[in-house]
Design a protein around this ligand. Structure first.
Ligand code: NAD
Ligand code: UDX
Length: 463
């Protein structure tokens, strides 16, 4: 079937950019992105493109070209479902915060609500595409719900996980390493796969479009994130050993990365990985393994998270011990709050946990991030429930300018690798700080020699 009308439920970091690119590359397909969140939809429709709810380099241009032509954002979920031949589900699947599997399993309530809504509204056959990251075998649950509606509509369920990384989403969507589509092995399932392959084939070469059975596709997404996060935890583990032995983790990473079997990417030691995916997806994997009684498998992957928590904590501990074992009443300036550069997303950012540790020691934390607003920073801290909202407000200050953030501070901590930090006037910053002026570079971003020449006491990760 040649698809002419697509609906995507969920206008978030994945649904928004992914559908914008499909619409741009396929002018013959009408793409409607729907969400329950009116503010988000309003922001997607804002004529001022700097107000889009997701900050991604290049996204504004894509939206500008397609919006109003064949790309639409709306809160009318029923109408969009009714009109579409193909429905992507791209809603959030956070870690459960209650009940069985609390703190580990993926919360599938939003997915189920979507399935029930599709079942209620659909009057003709539909292809339902899992775009959200889901536990292996979720397609079965969706199918059960859809098949029991009694209105004789036929549904095909496909799994089409998204591999984009934030900050490079548009680049990743334009030239993906691969597109993965899983579907039923029946001839109906194969036809559904072909119709989604045809959508991507408008701009992705067919040899990069991989088709599998549904379960392999679902599990490949969790596996990819687990492997990527494992690389970061592995190099971070070595960073601590480097600090004890005089080795330099950047040199070690380069040396091992030149082995083509290892590869050079994703070996940057850091204050710890963040983002909405890695931790959530590994915890989910651990939960699934445990639910099949595979305790060794579960323990193996859980270590990736344990190492990451350790890396965040040891960064804050090092700040405290270096500042003469007390940060009470001291001003510590954070450059960066987002979980990586080129995004306004702060979910699970290491900055949140480091700030929380320092505030527990009564430090005053002044934050500057080029894309993150004060309300977001406060809500990230409040979410941890470590203290009252009033207290968080007392200890955290958000500056609209980096030079204000660092003024009269005892130390600077680099939490995000924003390029602009490298180009600051570091002499001016040094002059405005208390001495000794410390820098804790959680991203190995700055030039050690230059800063030491100015007079800073500079510490990075893994050397
Ligand atoms: P998000 O929270 O940014 O967006 C999800 C959106 O879905 C929200 O705007 C929410 O209001 C909406 N929503 C929830 N239930 C709804 C319903 N019943 N009807 C209509 N709208 C509803 O999440 P995200 O970062 O876009 O992630 C979505 C999925 O994609 C997750 O499963 C995630 O694991 C996966 N994923 C994310 C990334 C990433 O980089 N963020 C990458 C790959 C995969
Ligand atoms: C990740 C996956 O890369 C992507 O394929 C998937 O679709 C979603 O999850 P994302 O979380 O957006 O993407 O960003 P990513 O570039 O993977 O970075 C995740 C975290 O790891 C960031 O906090 C980043 O700073 C950190 N990281 C990454 C390191 O500390 N060192 C590295 O070498 C790479």
């Amino acid at each position: 079937m040649m698809i002419k009308n697509i609906c995507c439920i969920g206008a978030g970091y994945v649904g928004g950019p992914t559908m914008a690119v499909i619409a741009q590359k396929c002018p013959h397909i009408k793409v409607t992105v729907v969400d329950l969140n009116q503010d988000r939809i309003n922001a997607w429709n804002d004529s001022d493109l700097s107000k889009l709810p997701v900050y991604e380099p290049g996204l504004d241009k894509v939206v500008e070209e397609a919006r109003g032509r064949n790309l639409f954002f709306s809160t009318d979920v029923d109408q969009a479902i009714d009109e579409a031949e193909m429905i992507f589900i791209s809603v959030n699947t956070p870690t459960k915060t209650y009940g069985v599997g609390k703190g580990m399993a993926a919360d599938l309530k939003y997915i189920e609500l979507c399935a029930r809504q599709i079942a209620r509204v659909a009057k003709n056959d539909k292809i339902v595409v899992e775009k959200s990251t889901l536990p292996v075998r979720t397609a079965q649950a969706i199918k059960d719900i859809l098949d029991h509606t009694g209105n004789s509509v036929n549904f095909q369920i496909l799994s089409n996980p998204e591999f984009l990384a934030e900050g490079t989403a548009i680049e990743d969507l334009f030239s993906p390493d691969r597109v993965l589509i899983g579907g039923d092995t029946s001839s109906e399932g194969q036809k559904a796969i072909e119709s989604l392959v045809a959508v991507y084939a408008n701009w992705v070469s067919r040899d990069k479009i991989l088709t599998t059975n549904v379960w392999s596709s679902e599990l490949s997404k969790l596996t990819a994130n687990a492997f990527l996060a494992q690389r970061v935890s592995s190099i971070n583990a070595m960073s601590e050993l480097c600090e004890k032995t005089g080795a330099d983790v950047s040199e070690v990473a380069k040396a091992i990365g030149m082995d083509s079997r290892i590869g050079s990417k994703f070996l940057k030691a850091s204050v710890g990985f963040g983002g909405s995916c890695f931790q959530k997806d590994i915890l989910n994997l651990v939960y699934i393994a445990k639910s099949y009684g595979l305790n060794e498998v579960a323990d193996y992957w859980e270590q990736v998270i344990i190492m990451n928590d350790h890396q965040k904590r040891r960064f804050s501990k090092n700040i405290i011990s270096t500042l003469y074992n007390t940060v009470s009443g001291k001003k510590i300036a954070f450059l960066g709050w987002a979980f990586k550069k080129d995004t306004n997303d702060t979910r699970e950012s290491a900055a949140i946990y480091v700030a929380d540790d320092l505030i527990s020691e009564q430090a005053l934390v002044a934050v500057y991030d080029p894309q993150v607003q004060e309300t977001q920073i406060l809500s990230d801290l409040n979410y941890l429930e470590s203290r009252t909202e009033m207290e968080n407000k007392k200890y955290i200050h958000v500056a609209s300018n980096p030079y204000v953030a660092v003024e009269n501070s005892h130390a600077i901590a680099i939490l995000t690798e924003w390029d602009e930090f490298k180009d600051y006037d570091w002499q001016k910053i040094y002059d405005s700080m208390l001495k000794p002026a410390f820098i804790f570079d959680g991203r190995n971003l700055l030039n050690k020699e230059q800063l030491e020449n100015i007079g800073f006491v500079y510490q990075s990760i893994g050397s």
